[in-house]
Design a protein around this ligand. Structure first.
Ligand code: ZN
Length: 147
């Protein structure tokens, strides 16, 4: 099984491997990367072919749902930029999809509340699309290309 990159809640690149998640500690000269577990001090080295070398014992169990949540989050953020539908609708749609796909209930329990997810996605959209001005006086000058 090979490693997989995900985006953390702070927009950092994380590495997922066998249900553990790592943040980057340093990049080595031979292009391999040195990672440390987000929950303990276990470290691994990843190579350009996404193979991984483990070094330490873990002090906790793996958590596959952790990775799934981050992936859902990433997809929603991307959707918010690409599509113009209401945020509420996008998030609820995603939740329905998870509920119907998921075999275990664990994921549903640990998933952040629907409201938090909506806020996150809403923020992402504001970054790419300025809010519609309420009156002509509020129009920014010069006009951004988005209008
Ligand atoms: Zn750990």
């Amino acid at each position: 099984m090979s490693a997989l990159f995900v985006e953390s809640t702070h927009g950092k690149r994380h590495l997922c491997y066998l249900g553990y998640r790592y943040s980057l500690k340093r990049k080595n000269q031979n292009d391999s990367e040195y990672w440390i577990c987000v929950k303990c001090q276990a470290t691994i080295t990843s190579y350009s072919d996404l193979s991984v070398e483990e070094r330490d014992e873990y002090t906790h169990l793996p958590d596959e749902s952790d990775k799934q949540i981050l992936e859902i989050r990433k997809n929603l953020k991307r959707k918010a930029c690409e599509e113009s539908g209401p945020i509420d609708h996008l998030v609820e749609e995603a939740y329905h999809a998870i509920n119907s796909q998921s075999q275990s209930n664990d994921l549903i329990v640990t998933i952040p509340s629907i409201r938090t997810m909506k806020n996150t996605v809403q923020k992402q959209r504001r970054k790419t699309r300025p809010p519609v001005p309420k009156s002509i006086e509020q129009l920014p000058l010069p006009m951004p290309d988005a209008y």
